[in-house]
Design a protein around this ligand. Structure first.
Ligand SMILES: Cc1cc2nc3c(=O)[nH]c(=O)nc-3n(C[C@H](O)[C@H](O)[C@H](O)COP(=O)(O)OP(=O)(O)OC[C@H]3O[C@@H](n4cnc5c(N)ncnc54)[C@H](O)[C@@H]3O)c2cc1C
Length: 332
């Protein structure tokens, strides 16, 4: 039986949800074509029993654990060289990683070391039963078409997948629960790169990918000062601030807030889009939200085609009204 390898994303001591989404998809693919699903964990300490159990019940047949102190934080060279060594040893047919900042950084390097192709930022995966070719679907030409890409002549087939694209398994997988320790030799962790500083996302603030409530601003806010009601509202309801690319490009907020094709894909319970037109590239990142509220001055704005509730009017006025009525609710 051939192998599918998922590269786990660690955030501190936690295994990030994107890993479980990939494991869920891997199990789905293995129904069509039998695959042993392995998950690679690079860590500076052994995985705790709870984390290991959650990976097994999340869909992994096997955990390949590589422990070294250089894996305390993401570092390109040790990651890439160790992963290449693991892939050479286990010879999987398929390697999947989340299209997070680190996944998007090490996967091209890994593909180059392994002399194979990489399909980045996939939003769909399927497999051909006969050939084992992975059908890797991703938006192309500015999000206007969906391209399905195959890698028939090289192995492994490698893809990064946007977090929140797939779902984790709902029922626990009955795993063989095999744990393999991979020896990390010093040559694999040598690096010229030094970590100078690490800046976590603002204290208490979740990244847009993990947020349950997102209030996103667009160019309809007109000036950076008008972001204030968005931040105020978001604080009141424990939400996270998101953004269209135009306001990220205008430097009103950092890229970590950008939602869309060249930003993050999000899956919150509520997404409030204030002054956002609804360009295809923005929609690509937020149409997976459970409930969408759109605020726009133009009643024909494309964003309303995707909204569960549409409010026609000035975004700043409506956001301020919303904040005021929430404040008075809280005071009552
Ligand atoms: C390859 C590629 C990748 C891209 N990736 C992304 C991406 O990841 N994310 C992304 O967002 N975009 C992305 N874009 C850009 C995208 O095409 C749009 O340009 C962008 O989403 C528009 O941002 P916006 O809606 O904030 O601004 P605009 O298009 O300028 O729209 C502003 C909206 O605000 C409304 N408005 C104006 N005044 C008010 C007011 N007072 N109150 C309420 N509403 C008002 C207007 O009616 C309008 O609908 C990408 C483009 C390309 C080519």
């Amino acid at each position: 039986m051939s192998d599918l390898l998922v590269i786990a994303e660690r955030r501190g001591n936690e295994i990030h949800s994107s890993t479980f989404e990939l494991l869920g998809k891997a199990r789905e693919l293995s129904i069509k074509r039998p695959l042993t699903v392995s998950v690679v964990v690079l860590s500076d300490k052994p995985v705790e029993e709870d984390s290991a159990n959650s990976l097994f019940s999340g869909g992994a047949d096997r955990i390949i654990l590589a422990v070294d102190r250089s894996f305390s934080r993401f570092n390109f060279e040790p990651y890439t060289k160790t992963l290449a060594s693991i892939v050479r040893e286990f010879a999987p047919e398929i390697v999947l990683a989340p299209a997070t900042t680190s996944g998007r950084t090490y996967m091209p390097g890994l593909a180059a070391l392994l002399k194979t192709g990489l399909t980045a930022d996939c939003t769909g995966l399927d497999i051909e039963e006969e050939t084992g070719n992975l059908l890797q679907t991703r938006p192309a030409i500015g999000g206007n078409i969906m391209a399905t890409i195959k890698t028939p002549n090289h192995r492994p087939q490698m893809a990064t997948v946007r977090p929140k694209t797939f779902s984790a398994l709902k029922e626990a997988y009955e795993s063989k629960s095999e744990l393999v320790n991979f020896e990390v030799t010093p040559d694999l962790t040598q690096t010229e790169a030094k970590l100078i500083e690490f800046h976590p996302i603002g204290a208490g603030q979740k990244g847009v990918q993990d947020a349950e409530v997102i209030i996103a601003g667009g160019m309809g806010l007109r000036k950076v000062e008008n972001m204030e009601p968005i931040f105020r509202l978001s604080k009141m309801i424990n939400g996270t601030v998101g953004a269209s690319r135009k306001i990220v490009d205008s430097k009103w907020i950092g890229h970590e807030a950008q939602v869309g094709l060249s930003g993050h894909t999000v899956k919150p319970k509520i997404y409030i889009a204030a002054g956002i037109s609804g360009a295809v590239q923005h929609i690509a990142g937020m149409q997976t939200a459970e409930f969408i509220v759109a605020i726009n001055r133009d009643r024909n704005a494309a964003i309303f085609n995707f909204a569960d509730i549409g409010l026609v009017g000035d975004a700043v006025e409506i956001l301020n009204e919303l904040a005021k009525s929430l404040e008075s609710e809280v005071k009552r």
